[in-house]
Design a protein around this ligand. Structure first.
Ligand code: URA
Ligand code: ZN
Length: 383
């Protein structure tokens, strides 16, 4: 079988302008860039523990976070033909309202230009597998802290003029009060109208107390926040959307959930059962409207999942709730989870996901090809 098209739909960048902004800051999120020693990226609130020396906080940050040529090299190294790049967490969530619109435009124009220039550069080593298209596309960012949702809607509509943009990436805080906030209605309506895919990605995790306190969290570095905090955060956010009837009111909204939906595929039955037994909901005699559409239907019609779950059990849960294998898409989470030893070319985080896909869909070449790239090409109109 010839090598299938490989599309990475979960891959981040911090454009140089954003890096400079982080370097100028002293509170989370920021980059500690001493004159001597390596710079550190300190973006998670658990990273900024005063008990940890500043030169050990967060994680090392190098050019792989911002230099698109490093990403292109990474893509070639790992057989990736096309990438849909997105700003990494925490996006523009923390910006002063007065700055949000300008930064969103700057970052989105920058992503568009990066995609366009890679396409036009004619770099002979760079494959252009998707006929007539570049091998880079983008998920844009939204000015969520802007003073009014109108500004967010305006940016969503402006994205139609950026030919490489295929959706938007968003965290779970929404306008500051989570994704069940009624004030997000115009944003959901605009996403539905433009049919831009909403890539929902975690950042805030869970409070340190959930893991036994700051000392316990710090002892194990990023394991508890990233392995557990992130997936739970995604699960909670999308469940709040469901409970607040977002999918009843906006039935054509399309979401891509990071990390195979957090724990949503595994917990869907429990969530649905708790809804069925909840007396607060009108259909059970209470006074809270409660969701109408079932979680199973939403998972099959509104939700796509990435395949960034590093194991067969997670992938099986993801395809089971999707009802078919056509809603699952390969991703890497580059530049996060680099090899720990310098000079190592194969990233364990990537090869683990490749292996899990191959093992899950043993002897099903067409399914492997669909998950690796065919689904993304179709869902995101890359061809
Ligand atoms: N760590 C992060 O902060 N973000 C990611 O996307 C992955 C790991
Ligand atoms: Zn990510």
């Amino acid at each position: 079988m010839s090598k299938p098209l490989v599309v990475d739909i979960h891959t981040h960048v911090y454009p140089p302008s954003y890096m400079a902004m982080l370097r100028a800051r002293k509170t989370v999120p920021y980059i500690h860039d001493p004159e001597q020693g390596e710079p550190r990226l300190i973006i998670l609130s658990s990273d900024d523990d005063p008990a940890i020396p500043i030169d050990q906080r967060g994680r090392p940050v190098d050019s792989s976070y911002s230099d698109i040529n490093v990403k292109l090299t990474f893509m070639q190294q790992h057989g990736i033909d096309s990438s849909v790049i997105s700003l990494a967490n925490p996006w523009l969530d923390f910006l002063d309202p007065s700055e949000a619109q300008e930064w969103a435009r700057r970052i989105n124009d920058d992503l568009e230009e990066t995609c366009a220039s890679v396409n036009l550069s004619g770099n002979p080593d760079q494959k252009l597998p998707l006929k007539g298209r570049s091998s880079l596309f983008a998920f844009a960012v939204l000015p969520l802290s802007a003073p009014s949702p109108d500004i967010i809607v305006e940016e969503i509509k402006r994205l139609r003029s950026l030919p490489h943009v295929r959706g938007v990436i968003m965290g779970t805080s929404g306008l500051g009060n989570g994704l069940d906030d009624e004030k997000l209605g115009p944003v959901w309506a605009a996403l539905e109208e433009t049919q831009l895919l909403l890539f929902l990605h975690p950042h805030y995790g869970l409070p340190n107390e959930a893991f036994g306190g700051a000392e316990v969290t710090a002892r194990y570095g990023h394991v508890l926040p990233l392995a557990l905090g992130f997936p739970l955060e995604t699960t909670i956010a999308v469940t709040r959307m469901l409970l607040s009837r977002v999918f009843d009111k906006f039935p054509r909204l399309q979401l891509l959930l990071a990390h195979s939906g957090g724990t949503l595929p595994f917990l869907a039955g429990r969530i649905e059962s708790c809804i069925m037994h909840e007396r607060n909901f009108v259909k059970n005699g209470g006074n809270v409207p409660g969701p109408q559409r079932s979680i199973w239907e939403i998972l099959k019609t509104n939700i796509f999942l990435d395949a960034v779950v590093y194991g067969v059990a997670g992938l099986k849960a993801a395809v089971t709730v999707g009802g078919a294998t056509d809603r699952l898409m390969f991703g890497t989470d580059h530049p996060f989870f680099p090899p720990l030893t310098e000079g190592e070319k194969d990233w364990l985080s990537v090869t683990t996901n490749y292996k899990a896909i191959e093992e899950t869909f043993k002897d099903e070449n067409e399914t492997v090809a669909a998950v690796l790239g065919g689904n993304a090409a179709r869902i995101l109109s890359l061809e």
